[in-house]
Design a protein around this ligand. Structure first.
Ligand SMILES: [Zn+2]
Ligand SMILES: [Zn+2]
Length: 213
């Protein structure tokens, strides 16, 4: 098994967790032994989010999707954004808010659960009135948390530890763009994402009645 950042290995990770006896869980109650809390921060691409969400549904898994309202990369208020939320919920996933400090735009689209985007160490665990901050106890502590940031697992890919039942419970943060687009490095993966984005934007231009003849 190769620990690359591909949809194939993401599926293997989910199967490893199932083999280790874990079950999917969310942020609506304190973690219990055997919980696997799948968390996705969607920083760049709703298309990538849907690709991973569909894969999880095929693997009988579900997760919590943290979506931005102030992203420079996608517009959650667009038709595509509304369709993405509907699809995520339709697949049995949960939808929460990926907020940019200090603005929290919790509204009816989201469960009352927030993860800060690129937080400073001081703000990461700041209280959010009326909402769960996923980086606060009981959902967060170093021993029960793994993240794939920039295609780098600080403690190695967790698939073996999951298969062996090595975590009491785990909050696993993954960024769908890293897994959905091909590339052996972060740079290559981002280039793949930009290529796909160009094709998608050409379609948007056509749909907007822009003359591309
Ligand atoms: Zn692995
Ligand atoms: Zn983020």
């Amino acid at each position: 098994m190769t620990c690359d950042f591909s949809l194939g290995h993401y599926a293997e990770l989910l199967r490893a967790a199932r083999a280790g006896g874990y079950e999917c869980s969310g942020f609506d109650r304190a973690p219990e032994p055997g919980d696997l809390i799948l968390r996705h921060d969607v920083d760049l691409s709703l298309e990538a989010a849907l690709a991973v969400a569909e894969l999880e549904a095929r693997e009988d898994a579900w997760s919590t999707w943290f979506l931005m309202t102030r992203s420079v990369f996608y517009n959650l208020a667009s038709r595509d954004g509304a369709v993405a939320i509907e699809r995520l919920r339709g697949l049995g996933h949960r939808v929460a808010h990926h907020a940019v400090w200090p603005d929290v735009d919790l509204d009816g689209r989201f469960d009352a659960v927030v993860a800060w985007h690129n937080p400073d160490p001081e703000t990461m665990q700041a209280d959010i009135p009326g909402a769960v901050n996923v980086m606060q106890p009981p959902f967060f502590d170093q021993g029960h948390y793994r993240s794939d940031s920039n295609q780098h697992w600080r403690h190695g890919c967790p698939h073996e530890e999951l298969a062996a039942g090595g975590f009491e419970w785990l909050q696993l943060l993954t960024h769908p763009e890293i897994w959905a687009f091909p590339g052996a490095t972060m740079r290559e993966t981002m280039e793949s994402m930009l290529d796909a984005d160009r094709a998608a934007r050409l379609e948007h231009l056509r749909a907007d009645r822009i003359d591309l003849s």
